[in-house]
Design a protein around this ligand. Structure first.
Ligand code: HEM
Length: 471
């Protein structure tokens, strides 16, 4: 009996202790709320979760719209216990992303949590980032993209075969799955030098291919190093990212013969090359899939727009080869892709950290403050986008604030893969639309429900069907 009483009093003491700690935490959060001190408006934080609770409940994109509507263009929120300032004021954003970008070079990085991605561009900071970005940037030049074109074409051949199979069997399919296979195969082939061929094998679920890719067992790492070593010894060549990095190293060596060694490194180690390629896969796979999937959803639900794009393709390219130059002539297609990116921006927040105390509009923010640009409310602001369908015409575009459209971010830390992603998507789209017409079916969800996570995606599958075109 007395043992039970002792047990009860220990539980009670523990409970009181926990309540005291929690009350202190809530009191501390409220009185030391950094935003109160600075004067930035925002919601009272929910203990431990902050706005994460509402973001999970409503979806981040909807929650961001609600916050901006309620508190204005600068809002202080807590994500978990981390304070973050949301900024949608276009002039202030321009300062953060472009004019004062030297203050906002870095993103928030969780130290030690990046594993094999740790040398990747998204994670690197300050001089290390600048150095790596300047080495990697030329890989995404027009000339290098043209060199990768035939690798992309091979994958789009497989994509078309699959679409024709669906058309002939009159089969309804999930466009997200096949686009995921297309973007995985393209990125793996063009950037990693590995043929995943997920489009060839329907029975293997996409996730298995991704798992295979991201499970960097010792054997896999070893094999990837062998792949790089073979390229270094010129035992094989391929117009992909790894080859370009190796060629770049040779060029630098040639240039530096006879010169004194420079303090800034101009090449990447094998480990760094692998890390970059992995980050490209992570940053480019889902985002490109989302773009293409929403695009084909628009095609299926807006047949007039689909027909207009088809007519443009016939007029500008006909049955000829779809080259890089030809893709750039398709102006209407470009507008519809941009409008898709405006309506459904794959990346919902841009992220920067202040490297010193900074005057953010009317507020003095301390060094280390995290700034987020919530892209969805920016893209859906009716003041900036009074008539979206006209907004891509040259004259209207010139009037638009440059910070009103941010699907690929802005400034020196913007998306390095933007051109790559657009070529990849346009090539897949143009070659597909020449062969088949997309239609909605009984299982197509209209309107689409959107997912709740950081990359904007549809919540459910996007079921469509295709019909062979008769020419
Ligand atoms: C439709 C497709 C894509 C979208 C919408 C997209 C969007 C973005 C956005 C919004 C950012 C952040 C920019 C900023 O903070 O200002 C970003 C960064 C980045 N993206 Fe993309 N991206 C796409 C495809 C790709 C592809 C295909 C690759 C690689 C091949 C890629 C590689 C990267 C990298 C490495 C960064 C970090 C750049 C740095 O920190 O220097 N992205 N992307």
């Amino acid at each position: 009996m007395s043992l039970f009483l002792i047990g009860d009093s220990i539980t009670l003491t523990l409970l009181v202790f926990l309540i005291l700690i929690f009350s202190y935490y809530v009191y501390n959060l409220r009185t030391n709320n950094i935003f109160r001190r600075i004067g930035i408006p925002g919601p009272a934080p929910i203990p431990l979760l902050g706005e994460l609770f509402n973001a999970m409940r409503r979806g981040m994109y909807k929650n961001d719209v609600a916050l901006i509507k309620k508190y204005g263009k600068i809002v202080g929120i807590y994500e978990g216990i981390t304070p973050i300032i949301l900024v949608t004021d276009p002039d202030i954003l321009r300062n953060v992303l472009i004019k004062d970008c030297h203050v906002f070079v870095n993103r928030r990085v969780i130290e030690g949590g990046a594993g094999p991605f740790e040398h990747g561009l998204t994670m690197l900071k300050d001089e290390q980032w600048k150095n790596a970005r300047s080495i990697v940037s030329p890989t995404f030049s027009v000339a290098k993209l043209k060199a990768m074109h035939s690798l992309m074409n091979d994958v789009s051949d497989m994509y078309n075969e699959r679409l024709l199979e669906y058309a002939d069997k009159q089969e309804i399919f999930d466009i997200k799955t096949i686009n995921g296979q297309y973007t995985l195969d393209i990125i793996a082939s063009c950037l990693f030098g590995v043929e995943t061929n997920s489009l060839k094998n329907e029975n293997i679920i996409l996730i298995n291919h991704l798992k295979k890719f991201f499970t960097l067992t010792l054997t896999r790492i070893f094999l990837l190093f062998i792949l790089i070593a073979r390229r270094r010894q010129c035992l094989e060549r391929r117009n992909d990212f790894i080859q370009m990095m190796i060629d770049h190293e040779e060029e630098i060596k040639d240039q530096e013969v006879g010169q004194q060694s420079k303090s800034l490194r101009k090449t990447l180690s094998d480990k760094e090359i692998l890390s970059q390629a992995l980050v490209f896969l992570a940053a480019g796979y889902e985002t490109s899939n989302v773009l293409m999937s929403f695009f084909f959803y628009v095609m299926a639900t807006e047949p007039v727009i689909q027909e207009k794009i088809y007519q443009e393709i016939r007029q500008e390219i006909g049955d000829n080869e779809v080259t890089y130059e030809k893709l750039n002539q398709l102006q209407y297609l470009d507008m519809v892709i941009n409008e898709t990116l405006r309506m459904y921006p794959p990346v919902l927040r841009l992220d920067r950290v202040a490297s010193k105390d900074y005057q953010l509009g009317n507020y003095l923010i301390p060094k280390g403050t995290i700034i987020h640009a919530p892209v969805y409310p920016i893209h859906h602001d009716s003041e900036a986008w009074p008539e979206p369908e006209k907004s891509y015409l040259k004259a209207e575009k010139a009037k638009r604030h440059p910070m009103a459209f941010l699907p690929f971010g802005e400034g020196p830390r913007n998306c390095i893969g933007m051109r790559f992603a657009l070529v990849e998507a346009k090539l897949g789209i143009v070659r597909a639309l020449r062969l088949v017409e997309f239609e909605r079916c009984g299982k197509t969800e209209v309107p689409l429900q959107l997912g709740k996570i950081i990359v904007l995606n549809s919540k459910n599958s996007i079921f469509l069907r295709v019909i062979r075109r008769s020419q």
